[in-house]
Design a protein around this ligand. Structure first.
Ligand code: GAF
Length: 384
């Protein structure tokens, strides 16, 4: 794969790349819609990644092409600016956005030629955009000779996504792309920015983590994600707190339950209880209690479906089918409204779960979901 990308780069630019960088997509095990509420998340990196071959230029221009998509980029870094305009849509907006964010942070971004090979399924809720941002960010930072701390790199990538591309996402996906480690989930406290690597090896316990792609596509630039964020902000105003993270004990939950507005009450209740579930899930992993971990996953799905209202029929059917076939836990993962569900199943039941999922989808006339076993993989790295 790296060799093919190097050859592609040479064919495009008539010289070899200086290096190849990679950053993965992610699935979040638990802790959904908590990141922009200063809460806890627990993602793993998936094996699918974005690969970037790059070499510096001395004229201040960033040129990029994609193995998968049309629309080459050719811009002068000095002229990049957020706001309405042509270079801020499509895959290349993430490339120019990261160059802009790095330059704005004082990194002496050189001109660069890049070829992007994106192997994270698009629109599946597996964070293909964060993977692209972080792979490009790692490449440009290295070409600039800048030693950027992993957390700082993740935050610059988020800055590009929020303020250049214009998608109001939290910090989880970029942190997962940069900081996840093979064989581990990453407990990330978004308020303190502290992280902890939590061993996550279901195969050692005879289990498999299935990633079930419903095939339903949704974009976060769409309105519902922003609506959920605004509801959380409104709940904070009503409750007189800076973030919903400040609410954590039974007394706090009673205050949430007393909110007059039914929608705000349910949105806030999801976030407060989801933070508790992340910590319970980590404690379960630490104790090797996979059953308790699965229970937290399934409770998370119910909360996202009923209180936060970000699930959809295809996700609910996938979760119910997996549970009916003996999954220890199952839930939607990512922003919702489509994308992927995950299920923790006995490894020996993988085929039966997959067959049941296909049957349940077929009964409804839906195209079959794509089911894969997922192992936690490494975060962003330079490959050559
Ligand atoms: C999307 C966002 F990009 C993340 O920041 C996070 O909010 C997630 O939805 C929901 O947990 O992936």
């Amino acid at each position: 794969m790296t060799d093919a990308l190097v050859q592609r780069f040479a064919a495009a630019y008539g010289r070899p790349p200086a290096g190849v960088w990679r950053a993965p997509g992610r699935v979040n095990l638990i802790g959904e819609h908590t990141d922009y509420n200063d809460g806890f998340v627990l993602p793993i990196a998936i094996p699918d990644a974005v690969f970037v071959a790059a070499a510096p230029r001395d004229d201040g221009r960033v040129r990029a092409s994609s193995v998968q998509a049309a629309g080459d980029l050719d811009v002068a870094v000095a002229t990049l600016a957020p706001g309405p305009g042509g270079s801020r849509s499509g895959w290349s907006a993430y490339v120019s956005g990261v160059a802009w964010a790095l330059a704005e942070a004082g990194v002496p971004v050189p001109g660069a030629d890049l070829v992007v090979d994106g192997r994270v399924p698009l629109g599946a809720g597996l964070s293909s955009s964060a993977a692209l941002e972080c792979a490009v960010g790692a490449a440009l930072a290295d070409l600039a000779g800048a030693a950027i701390e992993p957390m700082a790199l993740a935050r610059l990538a988020q800055h590009a996504e929020n303020d250049y591309v214009g998608a109001p996402t939290g910090l989880m996906d970029q942190v997962a792309a940069v900081l996840c480690a093979a064989g581990h989930a990453l407990l990330f406290d978004v308020r303190s920015l502290e992280t902890r690597q939590v061993p996550f090896r279901p195969a050692d316990a005879g289990l498999a983590l299935l990633v079930i792609d419903t095939g339903v596509r949704h974009e976060h630039a769409g309105g519902e994600y922003g609506d959920r964020r605004r509801s959380c902000e409104e709940a904070c105003r009503e409750l007189g707190v800076a973030s919903l993270r400040e609410l954590s004990d039974a007394g706090d939950l009673a205050r949430v339950e007393a909110l007059a507005d039914d929608v705000l009450r349910r949105r806030a209740r999801h976030v407060v209880t989801e933070n508790e579930r992340v910590l319970a899930a980590c404690a379960a992993l630490d104790a090797g209690d996979w059953k308790a971990f699965g229970t937290a996953m399934t409770a998370s799905h119910a909360s996202l479906r009923d209180d936060y209202e970000v699930s959809c029929a295809e996700l609910d059917v996938a979760v119910d089918a997996a549970l009916a076939e003996g999954a220890l836990g199952a839930r939607m993962t990512g922003g919702g409204f489509g994308g992927c569900a995950i299920a923790l199943v006995p490894a020996a039941a993988t085929d039966a779960v997959t067959a049941t999922l296909a049957a349940r989808y077929a009964e409804r006339g839906w195209p079959g979901p794509v089911v894969r076993v997922c192992e936690p993989s490494a975060g962003a790295q330079r490959l050559s």
